[in-house]
Design a protein around this ligand. Structure first.
Ligand code: BES
Ligand code: ZN
Length: 448
């Protein structure tokens, strides 16, 4: 149960009078109601938004996506990103803690043709691994992967099989029974990223990869023309770790005892540079941290840059699991930014996703801030999980995920989780909009 002391007449009035705000009884109790002398909420907003730099955020998105690239949980690229974030926060003068945690074993693939072309490949859980040097073999056209699609020619080859007809695991088992040493499954519909040919709970004897329809067709043409030699490498990531980077600022003596948590995940899915998802949120949180560092505060603020979100909110779950009961009860709220910078023209709204679809202190503070500062985008309250605000909600902490979507349909940009999620489709203006909105909102809750 939270018993948070706030000190602005503005916010107290908002919470008492707003018909939208529906706090569970007893959870939120504004106690102090003393306005900072001579300064209005709008003046505090300006202190923040005058300094939030669109260029700096855009440069950070560039670094995360073009210099580093995909930042898959447990990989060296994710670790490099963590180091970058840590160094940056230290340079801003924060106390920084690295919180390391274990992640489940997984498999990562790499596929190259004889001609040296790289083909994007997804390896499903349950695939066998290859030697470090990979498995080099010629391809065999395995049709849809029915038993009758294989002849003795398949022995010792990598079977190239189309999606469709029977489950992926059955295709792989048929190929294995026919003597194939590996399987590549290609999509039968055009999708931007390679398919993940999920094997369900089945573990198979040979390495398996999923590729796009276009890649499959190109490799099939190679089989006919030159026999199609490829090298498939499947490496097991075992006993891997990921990490959260936490920057904390505590008020000087005499302040309140509340805590505001600002979160953004910095990992990505494979093959995606993760520019919108979620270099955008990472860069925005870094910029808010920079700006808020220099102002006096009366409540604690923690910036948690979390890893391993894309494999099941692992970092944020770990972060929340490490909060003591006392810290949970002192928590005012969680501002989570995930996908705040897409330039997709239909994503004209900033959605505020809460788990129950109900407003809370975070969404109400942001709604009021948006009105004061004139946020150009419509702010829409919406019921949705699927990001790092979930563990906060589950712990009883008011939490919102800020995310750009198309109003009405709630559609995400079409580049989501594809290799097209690059800086080309990130808007500096929209990063600025999110930075202003969330930065000024957080400041309202922690300012002196
Ligand atoms: N940023 C995304 C997606 C997302 C979609 C967030 C809609 C909030 C609302 C997030 O990184 C993601 O991909 N989440 C996963 C679920 C998660 C538990 C692995 C998803 O939506 O598939
Ligand atoms: Zn995301």
């Amino acid at each position: 149960m939270k018993n948070v002391k706030l000190k602005t007449t503005f916010l107290s009035a908002l919470l008492v009078t707003s018909s939208l705000y529906m706090a569970p009884a007893g959870v939120f109790e504004p106690a102090k109601a003393v306005a900072a002398p001579g300064q209005s909420a709008a003046a505090f907003d300006q202190k923040v938004i005058n300094r939030i730099s669109a260029d700096r955020m855009y440069e950070d998105v560039y670094h995360l996506t073009e210099t580093i690239g995909p930042r898959v949980a447990g990989t060296p690229a994710e670790k490099e990103t963590a180091d970058f974030i840590k160094e940056r926060l230290l340079s801003y003068g924060y106390d920084v803690e690295i919180q390391e945690f274990a992640i489940s074993d997984t498999v990562l693939g790499h596929l190259q043709t004889d001609a040296g072309n790289e083909v994007l490949v997804n390896v499903p859980a349950g695939s066998a691994a290859t030697a470090d040097t990979g498995l080099t073999a010629s391809l065999y056209d395995g049709g849809l992967g029915y038993p009758e699609d294989f002849s003795t020619e398949a022995v010792g080859k990598i079977a190239l099989i189309s999606r469709g007809g029977i489950p992926f695991a059955e295709k792989v088992n048929n190929a294995y029974a026919a003597g194939a040493v590996g399987v590549l499954i290609y999509n039968n519909i055009d999708q931007p990223g390679p398919i993940n040919p999920s094997l369900g709970s089945a573990a198979v004897q040979i390495p398996v990869g999923g590729i796009t329809k276009a890649s499959g067709e190109a490799l099939l043409a190679d089989v006919e023309a030159v026999g199609g030699n490829v090298t498939l490498t499947v490496s097991a990531i075992e006993n891997a770790t990921s990490q959260n980077i936490i920057a904390t600022r505590t008020p000087k003596k005499g302040g309140g005892d509340g805590i505001v948590h600002v979160t953004a995940h910095y990992d990505s899915v494979p093959f995606a540079a993760g520019a919108s998802d979620n270099a955008s949120g990472t860069a925005t949180a870094l910029e808010i941290a920079r700006v808020l560092k220099s102002y006096p505060i009366d409540e604690e603020v923690r910036f948690a840059f979390v890893g391993a979100e894309e494999i099941g909110l692992v970092g944020s779950r770990y972060y929340v699991s490490q909060l003591s009961q006392d810290e949970i009860s002192r928590s005012i709220g969680n501002f989570n930014m995930d996908m705040v910078g897409t330039s997709w023209e239909n994503a004209t709204a900033i959605y505020m996703n809460t788990l129950d679809g109900q407003p809370n202190i975070v969404s109400e503070t942001a709604a009021a801030t948006g009105k004061r500062i004139g946020t150009p985008s419509e702010l829409i309250l919406y019921q949705r999980g699927a990001s790092d605000h979930v563990p906060f909600y589950e712990a009883g902490i008011a939490a919102v995920n800020f995310i750009r979507r198309e109003p009405g349909t709630a559609n995400l940009e079409p580049y989501y989780h594809t290799p097209l999620d690059t800086i080309e489709f990130v808007s500096a203006e929209r990063l600025k909009e999110a930075g202003d909105l969330v930065g000024a909102s957080v400041y309202q809750l922690i300012k002196k």
